[in-house]
Design a protein. Structure first.
Lengths: 429, 429
């Protein structure tokens, strides 16, 4: 069972949560209207930071990898939302090919793949898993810690001229990517004209930029804030971009330091105007990065000019060993949430336009102003105990159903930003 | 909390449940295809009977009145499904008018109305309740047993020429009926051309006939049975109709007795062919009736010819005091399910095409071959403890998630039949 999140939920009462609660009908109707104009991604997860004085998304993942961390009680919600999503995208689909990341030893990730496959099977799809790993040349069955197994199969091009993608004896109507394409689009995924690829290839990190996402988010946050009468800063992290940096060769450092300086000053004034007694900080991260790689907390511009070799190496390389040359400098949002003395941040999961659950990323070794999704670091997922769709105005604004509702609202704003971001980055045909 | 349904779930293992389990992917895909061709009603509940050898719907309600009986854990499913339904029917709706039955003293029913209104509010609608009762001439607030209140308001025609329906200062985009219109369409609901009425007026019992529903169901059951390779009788209750009967004047009795006789014989042969050791019986019920009124169990044709005055009076009058002149004779499906020595039957709730929960109707005073939904009788709702969308092939076919899945499948077949029935009875414009 899920332990009670006493500590994680005892943060200071947010006027923001109260406002969300009062404005629930307006919020839901506004979002419904937005989804008439923008198509939500098939799925997404959003990392949030609740500072007590501010609740903002800090990362939006279009290839979510923690479905296994959700409370099993939410599974029917996942299945129902996936049914809706499939019905919209490819209602006549029979076979679905799931393409995961190339992690064969990360048992947590493999359990995510198994959970995702199970959800999709319950919607009435035959689901098989195709691997991009060159060493998977025949069906390979992996044992999972919970006693399940997962079979990875080699991908094949099928049909006349190899126009379709599939597996041996398996011709799918749709291909669902759970691989973020950090290293670019593999040849075997290119030129698929007869099959639905979900999400579209340009949702991969070879195209995505965090700064484009947060630019779209800024617009969404502005419109939403106007709708319900709040200061958009309360839900929107400020950011800047440095487009040409080389950590190894120490070029572009001046640009980075100047941006850090400017952003820290902006946050300082925001804090002053809002009566917030905290020390501003920023997060420097790879603009196309993921997996918590290439991320650093900076409290003073001088820090980025005095990086030692180890720090440089860490920042210079992202997932799949790719060089980091574009960075985003994002307003640091401290987390006020802790679980049993450990730092915690909420991660919200969505399928289609529905929040289907979430969990706390709990890190025993990191501070409230650090990235909790660090590679190789120990983190404990702690599933949300209730859903995010049932705020209860009879309870306090920070009671679990209400706080989870606020998480679900901000996460959906990030989802909407992702939808707009994908529209804008769609390649011309 | 919901008690464990040990007794209700220990019925004989059904080969049918096993087949549903094996064919889950086929079933879900088949249903998905059906919903491309037929629009599901906004909501519905289906009474099922599980005989151990047969699992069949016996009544389909298009104005479900027991949302308060669902496990609160299923509420997020209700909200999500209602969001999908609203998005399809009237995505830009802001205000919704809910019109309930005219029961102001039935506290259970009023709690249903309150629950339904709460679900709809969570989807982002302003919901107010308009009453058809002539004595409601001003907003009337009723206290509910759980401490909530419910405000009924008088209906008004609004706009130029009174083309719209609403309340004082409330012009709704959509009107949701939770009133089955047994007594016909009240004048105030007629000629609404600018508003969505959900479900459509012809879903009311002034138009509906059980026999039309079960005729559509027979076709659905046949197609479904063919798809998954089962005998359709296993899910389809046989029936006959008598169109002109007058219980008070004792006319039409011969027709009724002959139909009862024929149906009992057909069931007898079915039982023989399937090796079922049970005594056939039929249920005689008003073809346009509801609320468990005008229903009788018959084991021999002679019984319908020797009704005493009390029995005649009981059969002659349906809801709202309407005379019963058309009856359906339906194959009796005994229930093999009991909860703590009481007879039980499952009731499955759906919104749009999704199963959102269910409960057992448990009756301490009725036998396994009797109607459990009798007016004035004591019944205990017992909420399903798990959802109906997550069968688990690792467990036995009669384990709760699998039995609930089977319930959900048959209930959705009845929902599909209702969709077809509504298409066919749609008035020509």
């Amino acid at each position: 069972m899920v332990p009670h999140l006493t500590t994680a939920l005892s943060g200071p009462l947010l006027a923001l949560e109260r406002r969300f609660l009062e404005a629930e009908t307006t919020i839901e109707r506004w979002l419904r209207g937005q989804w008439l104009e923008h198509t939500p991604p098939f799925y997404a997860s959003v990392d949030l930071r609740n500072a007590g004085f501010k609740l903002a998304p800090v990362d939006t993942n279009l290839f979510p990898g923690g479905f296994n961390n959700l409370n099993p009680a939410f599974l029917p919600l996942c299945v129902q939302a996936a049914q809706t999503a499939i019905e919209k995208i490819c209602p006549e689909a029979k076979n679905l090919l799931l393409i995961p990341e190339n992690h064969t030893r990360n048992q947590f990730y493999l359990m995510n793949v198994a959970r995702l496959a199970a959800i999709l099977r319950h919607t009435g799809l035959n689901v098989r898993i195709g691997s991009l790993l060159p060493e998977v040349t025949a069906p390979t069955t992996l044992d999972l810690p919970d006693g399940q197994t997962l079979t990875l199969e080699p991908l094949r091009r099928l049909g006349v001229g190899g126009r379709r993608l599939g597996l041996e004896d398996f011709d799918p109507c749709a291909v669902l990517l759970n691989n973020d394409l950090s290293a670019g689009v593999p040849d075997i995924l290119k030129d698929l004209h007869e099959q639905f690829v979900i999400p579209p290839l340009h949702a991969g990190w070879h195209v995505r930029r965090k700064s484009r996402h947060f630019l779209a988010y800024k617009e969404v946050a502005l419109a939403f804030a106007k709708e319900i009468g709040i200061d958009p800063w309360l839900i929107d992290p400020e950011f800047e971009v440095c487009g040409r940096i080389n950590f190894q060769e120490r070029s572009g450092e001046e640009c980075l330091a100047a941006q850090v300086d400017e952003l820290l000053e902006r946050i300082h004034f925001r804090y002053r105007d809002n009566g917030i007694d905290a020390k501003p900080f920023v997060i420097v991260k790879a603009d196309a990065g993921t997996y918590g790689m290439g991320i650093m907390t900076v409290r003073d511009a001088s820090e980025v000019k005095t990086l030692n070799r180890r720090q440089r190496n860490k920042m210079a390389v992202g997932k799949e060993g790719l060089a980091v040359t574009e960075v985003m400098i994002q307003e640091g949002v401290p987390t006020c949430e802790t679980v049993a003395d450990s730092t915690a941040e909420p991660v919200v999961y969505m399928i289609d336009r529905h929040v289907v659950g979430g969990f706390y990323r709990v890190n025993t070794q990191r501070g409230t102003d650090e990235n909790l999704n660090a590679p190789g670091m120990h983190f404990e997922p702690l599933a949300f105990e209730t859903g995010c769709s049932l705020p209860d105005s009879a309870q306090a604004p920070d009671a679990p159903p209400n706080r989870f509702y606020a998480y679900g609202v901000v996460a959906r704003l990030a989802l909407l930003a992702a939808a707009i971001e994908l529209e804008r980055s769609e390649p011309a045909n």
